[in-house]
Design a protein around this ligand. Sequence first.
Ligand code: UTP
Length: 275
Amino acid sequence: MLHKCLFPAAGYGTRFLPATKAMAKEMLPILTKPLIQYGVEEALEAGCDVMAIITGRGKRAITDHFDISYELEHQIKGTPKEELLTDIRKLINQCTFTYTRQNEMKGLGDAIHKGKVLVGDQDPFAVILADDLCVNPDGDGILKQMVALYNKYKCCIVATMEVPLDEVHKYGVIEGNAIEEGVYMVSNMIEKPESDKAPSNLAVIGRYILTPDIFNVIKKTEPGKNGEIQITDALCEQARKGMVIAYQFKGKRFDCGSVDGFVEATNYFYSQNRE
Ligand code: UTP
């Protein structure tokens, strides 16, 4: 049963310095809601009720955000402002939040491995990178779409989208054969390839469903690109055994780890709100 979602949120967020000097990138707001809250809402919609967050130094605001603030709630009780806390209260009531720290930034693969203590090694689990903000104005959220696919194929699922060839160097890129429309059996994955070495223009974004055997694979994975333990390398190992599916999701994704993507998301949500 898939009901746990891991949020690796230990990165330094250097592209947002100085804003991220003392504050977590995941707490940057798009309008009035921090990035990580959008991710938690997407996970809840997909059927997850345990939110397992990998934090690091300077990330305490995340823990406080998903907790009751008695003083504040007392202050605004009975005023129209109380309504502004409705969504976050719903999350606090419906979900369990668990935390562990990644003490050294050794890469996304290592951060996910740290999550083993939170999600256990028996069941599949979802992974959301909160700085990839995803929405589907026309239907189910991206993670919910992926859970439906997991229920059919029962293997690791990575969300992918087409990117221009001159941008493949920013992503993990897959090679695979289409098995149904928008669904590929992955045979190979390369982390941040040069455009002439990329096997396709299908880039992996920050949504995964992983089976617990991934933990043993990560454990054996040597540091790769940038000296970090890459989840792409561990997934590539699984892909060679036919255990990874790539899914071209329906919806939009904003790269809120970059200033451009963050501004784009802000404009998008602002115009949606006004309508
Ligand atoms: P990024 O590649 O965006 O790195 O990580 P970053 O450190 O957060 O940001 P920049 O590049 O310095 O601006 C992708 C995701 O993986 C998590 C990050 O928190 C982010 O959600 N991550 C990455 C970890 O949790 N631990 C790591 O060691 C690396």
